[in-house]
Ligand binder design. Structure first.
Ligand code: PLP
Length: 395
């Protein structure tokens, strides 16, 4: 599409950035400024009237600042979007994107296994504002067609899902959205553009928690919206009201992280596949969920829409007690939330990402207390497998 480079690795390094115009600094500097001088009264009036499209000139850093803008250009290049908006967190990106479109009386359709914060927003917060969300099985996106009414505005999907790596068919979602004139939004956090580029498959808007693979070092919180320029201009107006602005330092860290994202994600992919294959043949492991395994029920679909299968592996041990002992018995892999960083992290979804669900809801969505979610880092895979082997032996 609008990619300037043949390889995503090149876009990670060079995309969206130019030499600093005043100093020729190669890395984009941290512009630690809140306010910029007007050049004329005409500028002031343009600002007052809100006619600026949000891409020309800097005045006040809530809607836009220079380090943020460089990050936005880079993310747009990577996700094949016309433009992007960088924000303070993945949740700021998701809520800002939805609040840009949803009005009282509107309806949304979402896949059922979305990120916990997204689920709370759709299920609990939006109804207070008169916006209703219907949920559809991630693996059966066709069923969304039956939920469409004249009030439906948005089709929201997340793929692969947290924690058990279900796949939503992006192509099908595009067809449904086109047929019913819905805006298709895809949370691409788990896959990253290294593995999947939803806009190239026809999605309109992509949402990202840059906290995860984009930043990649477990040292920042950030998010982004990618889409058509007109949508990004509107979303920036929403950001101006809600104020989920990315700090210049976090924007800088994200830019720095992105330069190695293609390399890192390739290593996450290969390490995770090796770990998943190892776990699958181990007698103490009951079940492994990883879209790169032939045993994954949607492996063929995953192969069609993804170039690699990502760094998250989910698996089940014999009992809750064994799962707890396993997590606590690891020496290199760290017991912690989040994913997508260079360090391997492990957690039990029922006690972390999905703690908000009741036992009945867990059962209904197919999660249980024997499951562990491993975000495979970029360490040497021999060390990770030895760590897992040791903890399994001690069970
Ligand atoms: C982490 C995450 C989010 C939320 O991002 P924050 O940066 O924590 O606000 C949204 N979607 C997915 C898939 C995530 O993993």
């Amino acid at each position: 599409m609008n990619r300037t480079y043949r390889s995503l690795s090149t876009a990670c390094v060079h995309g969206g950035e130019a030499l600093d115009p005043t100093t020729r600094s190669i890395p984009t500097p941290i512009y630690q400024s809140a306010v910029y001088a007007f050049s004329s009264m005409k500028d002031v009036m343009a600002y007052n009237l809100g006619v600026e499209d949000g891409t020309e000139g800097y005045m006040y850093s809530r809607p836009m600042s220079p380090t943020q803008r460089a990050l936005e250009r880079k993310i747009a290049a990577l996700e094949s979007g016309e433009d992007a908006l960088a924000l303070s967190s993945g949740m700021a990106a998701i809520t800002t994107a939805i609040m840009t479109l949803a009005k009282q009386g509107d309806e949304l359709i979402s896949t059922d296994m979305v990120y916990g914060g997204t689920y709370s927003f759709l299920k609990n917060k939006l109804p207070e504002l008169g916006v209703k969300t219907h949920f559809v099985d991630t693996r059966n996106i066709e069923a969304a067609s039956e939920l469409v009414s004249e009030r439906t505005k948005v089709l929201f999907i997340e793929t692969p899902t947290n924690p058990d790596l279900r796949i939503a068919n992006i192509q099908r979602a595009v067809e449904i959205a086109k047929k019913h004139h819905l805006t298709l939004m895809v949370d691409n956090t788990f896959a990253t553009p290294v593995n999947q580029v939803p806009i190239e498959l026809g999605a309109e808007v992509v949402l990202i928690s840059t906290t995860k693979y984009y930043g990649g070092h477990n040292d920042l919180i950030g998010g982004a919206i990618v889409g058509p320029r007109s949508f990004i201009v509107s979303a920036r107006k929403t950001l101006k009201i809600f104020g989920g602005t990315v700090d210049p330092f976090a924007a800088y860290l994200t830019l720095r992280g992105i330069k190695t994202m293609a390399l890192r994600v390739e290593r996450h992919n290969s390490n995770a596949l090796r770990v998943a294959q190892y776990l699958e043949q181990h007698p103490k492991v009951k079940r492994v969920y990883y879209p790169g395994l032939k045993s994954h029920p949607q492996h063929e679909l995953a192969k069609r829409q993804m170039k690699g299968f990502g760094g998250v592996v989910c698996f089940e041990l014999e009992s809750e007690k064994k799962a707890v002992e396993f997590v606590e018995g690891l020496k290199i892999i760290i017991h912690g939330l989040s994913l997508g960083g260079v360090e391997s992290l492990i957690s039990m979804p029922v006690y972390s990402s999905h703690y908000y669900l009741t036992p009945q809801e867990l059962e209904r969505v197919g999660l249980n207390n024997r499951m562990v979610r491993l975000s495979v880092g970029i360490e040497g895979v021999e060390d990770l497998i030895a760590d897992i082997e040791g903890a399994l032996e001690r069970l």
